[in-house]
Ligand binder design. Structure first.
Ligand SMILES: *[C@@H]1O[C@H](CO)[C@@H](O)[C@H](O)[C@H]1NC(C)=O
Ligand SMILES: *[C@@H]1O[C@H](CO)[C@@H](O)[C@H](O)[C@H]1NC(C)=O
Ligand SMILES: *[C@@H]1O[C@H](CO)[C@@H](O)[C@H](O)[C@H]1NC(C)=O
Ligand SMILES: *[C@@H]1O[C@H](CO)[C@@H](O)[C@H](O)[C@H]1NC(C)=O
Ligand SMILES: *[C@@H]1O[C@H](CO)[C@@H](O)[C@H](O)[C@H]1NC(C)=O
Ligand SMILES: *[C@@H]1O[C@H](CO)[C@@H](O)[C@H](O)[C@H]1NC(C)=O
Ligand SMILES: *[C@@H]1O[C@H](CO)[C@@H](O)[C@H](O)[C@H]1NC(C)=O
Length: 644
């Protein structure tokens, strides 16, 4: 109250003219300082960019690349990106209603007596009713509801019904709205021959998740995948287009959208897409049950500003339920990222879990995509980490991953926000997360699958390659192969062949503006830059040896062997946040160790610092046994070894 009055009276004075003079001059001072400050920032960054990027662009030096596409592997915790990282509180949903009903595993709609008791409701005054509903024929956006029926303690859902909504009235007020799905057992379209059970394909996509952001903001999930499930991560995966649709269509069909001539039939943007060769059709033909589960019905892959499919595309299709949720008054009453009492993510995960449990005896292909939370802000991935990691753990613990290929991935990187003002941000925008876990049966029978995934993990790969991998599963094609395109015109199956390390973006079908390939420019070892970087490298080595300086000798620079400036692709390189990186190979004394590392700085840092690992290129046996640390062993030169 007091403060408002104070504010008002100040305003009043300003407007009465008494303070106009001083306020105006203060304003002018602020604005001028601001402009000068901006100009200063601009000129520092511009000079840095000119000297460290344009200078190399304009030299006519032959490219000296042993690799056509060196993959950038930036630090996920790069300081410039971390200035935009924020710690968020875990998601918690406002409890908007009691948990009054549920559908049990036999398809019976039940009143939850625990909730009735807990909320001190008198059952005789509780009036509940339910309606089953489904997708309307030939329309992806409409629902058809069956007759409303009363619900006393329990009711069996009519045969074949998958979706139901419930309303409960108590003392004249609506106190509850419930939405449930029942996963019925469906027979696959084709029965398979052969005794062994084909592996399930479990795909979970998180909107806009890059590999770096998975490490940075979903550490529990990342660690569970890579440590426990031993998933292989493809670090050189480059998106093939800007947003979700033109990236996931190549993933699902092996073909690109919006090309001239078109690679896909019919209308490329509004659909309907019934005729497209989605990989789930091949799985269906191979005796699989198929499922497509996405949230946010307005933004799903095939429906965003388009018609989707006229006929239901997969055996299990969650869209009708999400349409019902979105149409419910509860949608608006719920807190952010929640529906009713629970996070929307949790709803999706619960349905996926139930789906997996129901299909232990029939192979399934599941494509699920969680859109909502991570679309606009890369920090929001934190809100998913607990639920996703616990979900994976639970599926693994329940034995549901025993015969399952588990793919957890993004569709592209984060496309919005200040983080794109950093070079690492621009790189990771183009580099979605991709991880794949192979079941033991597959690993044992075809050991080369895991071997090739590992060998290809730092090579240029695309969603079109992953389409080839999926087609391999659908057709049970697992043999090791010479390099060749399979199933589509551009893809290499990344688990059956070695992808060449000189593959170019053009060959892989990646448009120039999304290409992450770097170039190396060799600079003379006598160049001042080489000397500066080499000196910084030695200083950093010695500072790392500081804690063990009683054991290891101080190092000095013997000679610079090679220095290469790393030039990012022209679409990644921008004045704002430009990083100057140099790969350098030096020999140090007294050990004569050959050490290689990448050092970098930006316009605002005073010195070059190493990023990533330091490599030792010659033997160090007999030199560094006095320290146990793996990292230090590469370059510590023990006093004891000098004596002996
Ligand atoms: C290219 O690099 C190799 C070593 O990788 C070096 O021997 C050679 O001199 C370089 N050529 C040019 C033109 O810089
Ligand atoms: C489902 O039905 C089976 C067989 O009729 C029965 O054994 C089981 O207890 C039922 N489950 C539930 C949750 O009612
Ligand atoms: C039943 O209600 C209790 C108490 O509100 C709740 O903890 C529980 O999750 C509910 N059960 C189901 C299956 O919804
Ligand atoms: C189910 O949802 C429809 C559409 O929102 C609504 O008209 C109907 O009243 C609901 N029925 C029940 C029993 O909640
Ligand atoms: C995959 O399915 C598409 C669409 O049904 C079909 O055109 C194609 O021939 C199938 N490919 C294989 C190898 O079965
Ligand atoms: C999860 O899966 C891995 C590999 O399949 C297995 O070794 C491990 O025991 C499982 N973990 C749990 C907790 O079940
Ligand atoms: C890549 O390397 C292979 C074999 O070394 C060679 O045949 C091919 O021409 C190279 N491609 C490019 C684009 O350099």
């Amino acid at each position: 109250m007091k403060f408002t009055n104070l504010g008002l009276s100040t305003l009043h004075k300003v407007f009465r003219g008494k303070l106009v003079g001083p306020v105006l001059s203060l304003l002018i001072v602020i604005v001028t300082t601001q402009i000068m400050w901006q100009f200063y920032i601009f000129s520092v960054e511009w000079h840095f960019f000119k000297n460290h990027y344009l200078a190399y662009q304009f030299t006519n030096q032959e490219k000296n690349n042993s690799l056509t596409c060196p993959i950038p592997l930036p630090d996920p915790f790069d300081a410039a990106v971390m200035t935009y990282a924020e710690k968020l509180n875990p998601l918690s949903c406002r409890q908007v209603q009691p948990y009054l009903t549920y559908v049990d595993s036999n398809g019976t709609l039940m009143i939850n007596n625990t909730a009735v008791k807990e909320n001190r409701l008198d059952l005789s005054h509780l009036q509940c009713s339910f309606q089953t509903f489904q997708r309307k024929e030939k329309d992806d956006d409409k629902l058809s509801y069956d007759n409303e029926q009363p619900l006393y303690s329990h009711a069996d859902l009519p045969k074949g019904k998958e979706f139901v909504n419930v309303t409960c009235i108590y003392e004249g007020n609506i106190i509850y709205r419930g939405y449930h799905t029942y996963i019925i057992r469906k027979a696959p379209a084709k029965h398979t021959t052969g005794k062994h059970l084909k592996p399930n394909v479990f795909i979970f996509v998180i909107e806009s998740l890059s590999r770096l952001n998975a490490i940075r903001h979903m550490p529990k999930t990342y660690s569970y995948l890579t440590r426990t499930l031993r998933s292989q991560v493809l670090k050189g995966l480059n998106k093939v287009a800007d947003n979700s649709f033109p990236n996931m269509i190549p993933f699902l069909t092996g073909r690109r959208v919006y090309t001239d001539p078109p690679e896909l039939p019919g209308d490329q943007s509004i659909g309907p897409f019934d005729d497209w060769p989605f990989v789930w059709k091949n799985f269906s033909n191979a005796g699989y049950i198929t499922a497509l589960h996405e949230d946010s019905p307005e933004f799903t892959l095939l429906n965003y500003l388009s018609k989707g499919c006229l006929n239901q595309p997969t055996d299990f299709y969650l869209r009708p339920l999400w349409l019902a949720l979105q149409g419910s008054p509860l949608w608006k009453e719920s807190s952010q990222w929640c529906f009713g009492n629970v996070p929307k993510l949790k709803l999706l995960l619960d349905w996926i879990l139930e789906f997996c449990k129901k299909h232990k005896k029939i192979p399934y292909f599941l494509f699920s995509f969680f859109i909502e939370v991570t679309h606009n802000d890369f920090n929001n991935a934190q809100l998913l980490d607990d639920d996703v990691s616990q979900f994976l753990e639970m599926l693994n613990r329940s034995g549901l991953f025993k015969n399952t290929i588990v793919i957890l991935m993004g569709d592209h990187g984060n496309r919005y926000g200040n983080v794109l003002e950093t070079e690492v941000g621009r790189i990771e925008e183009r580099m979605p997360f991709f991880s794949i876990h192979l079941p033991l049966t597959l690993k044992k029978q075809y050991p080369h699958l895991q071997k090739y995934l590992k060998m290809n993990s730092e090579r240029l790969t695309t969603w079109i390659d992953i389409h080839s991998l999926l087609m391999d599963v659908a057709t049970e094609t697992y043999f090791e192969s010479e390099l060749q395109h399979v199933w589509n015109t551009r893809g290499y199956s990344p688990w059956r062949m070695l992808i060449p390390n000189n593959r170019t973006c053009e060959e892989a079908g990646i448009p120039k503006q999304f290409c992450i390939c770097q170039q190396f420019y060799t600079v003379s070892v006598d160049d001042p830059i080489s000397k500066q970087v080499a000196d910084a490298f030695v200083i950093e080595l010695n500072s790392m040896l500081e804690p063990v300086s009683v054991l290891c000798a101080k190092l000095w620079l013997n000679r610079i062997i090679q220095a290469q400036v790393i030039i990012p692709d022209e679409h990644v390189a921008q004045k704002k946040g430009y990083i100057h990186a140099v790969k350098i190979l030096i020999e140090v004394g007294p050990s004569r160790a050959l050490l290689e590392a990448i050092l970098q700085r930006d316009a605002w840092s005073s010195e070059y610092c190493t990023v990533g690992d330091i490599s030792r290129l010659n033997k160090y046996k007999g030199q560094s046994e006095c320290v146990a640390d793996k990292k230090l062993r590469k370059f510590c030169y023990c006093f004891s070894s000098i004596v002996s």
